[in-house]
Write a protein that binds this ligand. Structure first.
Ligand SMILES: *Cc1c(COP(=O)(O)O)cnc(C)c1O
Length: 343
């Protein structure tokens, strides 16, 4: 892989904004460089643009070099950045599995980058040949999501490796739901694949969707381009500090995951017993995709009863399907009891 040939020339040659906090690092007796208010510490100061303290902590947690880590305002930020760094609008294209997470296409559309959808197979497994056949010499990125949203299943690891090995561009594997899966993360494969970007997030298993912190892992060269293009202070001080404290509670996160996975299995059992349910798809995430007799009517009925699920009836290969997040036991009971009462 030659990174220079993949990156948009204007980004490759970009001279990034240099902020006060980039130019001087260390301790000083007076900070008179950034036009900050000298009062109201610590909120008066701009935060560390590269979040070095938090990166060290998270890198230790993930057993990875901090130089291979980028933080974004949710995973949505690195998804957008990867499109903007690699794809020339109106010229380059992206290949992605379908159905999958909606933000890949939204970011492609916003940036006027062609987005090529390749259907998963009927059982939601990866069709490696179709993905590779959709690639041409203007394809810069392939997006795969595993466990996939909204289908819930992990893609086969060897299939994903085949795609990474056979493609001369950037492969993004979105692991937002990896904590709920029994497969190993692709983080351990980063050194082997310089064209791989792995996305993870604090929004799901870690229970911090509100504070907006997503992670991209890649070789230091790619991370350098993320840092060049991002807003200078993309992660605020409160988020940096708060996550630093929360990740000390690793056991609590593991307990949550264990509870949610066991709840997931119970929910699947109960859903399968309902006459209205045609199929519960296998899941490796904290949600289940369920095919019901009448998805629109079931969705509307549940809303009337104050229960909100995601209607995926109009999504490719998901005709008749609802996506249901695994909640606490009381919520599962309420859902099942309510569904039993539907006429
Ligand atoms: C929820 C989700 C994310 C997380 O997005 P954030 O911006 O980090 O909250 C990323 N990818 C997929 C597939 C998701 O479902």
């Amino acid at each position: 892989m030659n990174l220079q040939n993949l990156i948009r020339p204007n980004i490759y040659n970009l001279k990034p904004y240099s902020c006060a906090r980039d130019e001087f690092k260390g301790k000083a007796s007076a900070y008179l460089d950034a036009n900050e208010n000298p009062l109201n510490a610590p909120y008066n100061r701009y935060p560390d643009p590269l979040q070095n303290d938090l990166k060290e902590k998270v890198a230790r947690l993930k057993n990875i070099d901090p130089e291979k880590l980028f933080f974004g305002n949710g995973s949505d930020e690195p998804i957008d950045l990867v499109v903007r760094i690699f794809c020339e609008p109106g010229v380059d294209n992206i290949v992605a599995i379908d159905p999958t997470y909606g933000m890949y296409q939204v970011c492609a559309d916003i940036n006027n980058v062609e987005y090529r959808k390749v259907h998963l197979l009927e059982d939601f497994s990866l069709d490696v040949d179709s993905v590779l056949n959709a690639v041409d010499d203007r394809t810069k990125i392939i997006f795969m999501c595993s466990p996939n949203n909204p289908t819930g299943n992990d893609l086969n690891v060897n299939d994903m490796k085949k795609v990474i090995q056979s493609f001369n561009g950037i492969v993004v594997i979105d692991e937002a739901y990896i904590d709920f899966s029994s497969r190993k993360s692709f983080l351990t494969e980063l050194d082997q694949y310089p064209n791989l970007i792995v996305l993870q997030t604090f929004s799901k298993a870690w229970g911090m969707a509100a504070i907006r912190l997503g992670m991209a892992f890649a070789c230091p060269e790619i991370i350098g381009f993320f840092n060049k293009v991002k807003y200078p202070y993309n992660i605020n001080l409160l988020t940096q500090y708060f996550v630093g404290e929360e990740i000390k509670k690793l056991k609590r996160k593991e307990d949550w995951v264990e509870m949610l996975v066991s709840q997931r299995e119970k929910l699947i059992d109960q859903l399968e017993k309902l006459p209205m349910v045609q199929k519960v798809y296998p899941t490796d995430a904290n949600f289940v995709l369920v095919k019901v007799n009448d998805a629109n009517a079931t969705y509307r009925y549940l809303v009337e009863q104050g229960i909100i699920v995601r209607n995926r009836n109009n999504v490719s290969l998901c005709l008749g399907c609802l996506r249901i997040t695994v909640g606490i036991p009381e919520e599962s009971t309420l859902l099942i009891d309510t569904l039993k009462k539907m006429k």
